[in-house]
Design a protein around this ligand. Sequence first.
Ligand code: ATP
Ligand code: ZN
Length: 283
Amino acid sequence: MLRIAIQKSGRLYEDSVQLLKECGIDLRNVKDRLRTEADNFPLEVFFLRDDDIPQYVEDGVADIGIVGENVLFEKNKQAEVVEKLGFGKCRLSVAVPRGQQYEGVTSLQGKRIATSYPFLVNTFLAKNNVQAEIHEISGSVEIAPGIGLADVVADLVSSGSTLFMNGLKEVETILQSQSVLIKNNQLSAAQQQLLDKLLFRIRAVKKAKRTKYVLLNAPNDKLKEIISLLPGMKSPTVLPLAEQGWSSVHSVLSEDTFWDIIEQLKAAGAQGILVVPIEKMII
Ligand code: ATP
Ligand code: ZN
């Protein structure tokens, strides 16, 4: 049995449960539970506050966990990152009141900084030889300058709209973060085997998200050119169409090059291009 710790409620909850689901793991009665067992995988799930997850994994109370890098690095616990998961993306940034002059990190000298990330902020200040006063607060950090509690803040940002609404501007990025899968340092061989099985599925799901299955019709005299544009997993599948002189071409495209290649395919004479999502991809 492998025990995984995930956030009980909050920004990482939905994506964490969804990832397990996409890995074919069915959880029973997820709502309002502290723990549950999967029906079809030897996995026990603990629902916890995200702040507690690194400690639980370090102590081996949970074998693995899903947590933001921001929390993992702030807590500075012994747990190994095994996979970046691509969700919960945000950054820990320093923001100052919009009217305030800012000329680089030295402008933070002697300031009062409100943050929920004292360790990361201290490390950042020390690295830049800046002395400042850290005020640790656990929530609504962005209102601190407005109520006179601090001069500047160091807080998590994704779109920046919360900062904007509070009259703040982002001036430094301390850390780029996303959620990661972490593991305890002393897993048994059996647990490691289960983790490998889970990781295999997670990677297949992640890979599928970045790729699309493309089907198109091509006149046979353009086939060569069209095929040369397609990377595919091996080579594209080519099937004759009922209409003489035409073929159907199937291939897999990565998200990064997707639009460029589609344009080139059209220009080369491809028609009826269909793009479909891929659920899992095993290579
Ligand atoms: P808990 O009750 O579990 O302690 P929380 O209030 O600390 O919850 P959430 O606000 O749910 O935490 O955020 C959880 C994680 O989501 C953050 O630690 C971070 O990794 C990620 N995240 C992504 N974008 C943002 C954002 N804009 N603001 C805050 N967190 C974000
Ligand atoms: Zn938290």
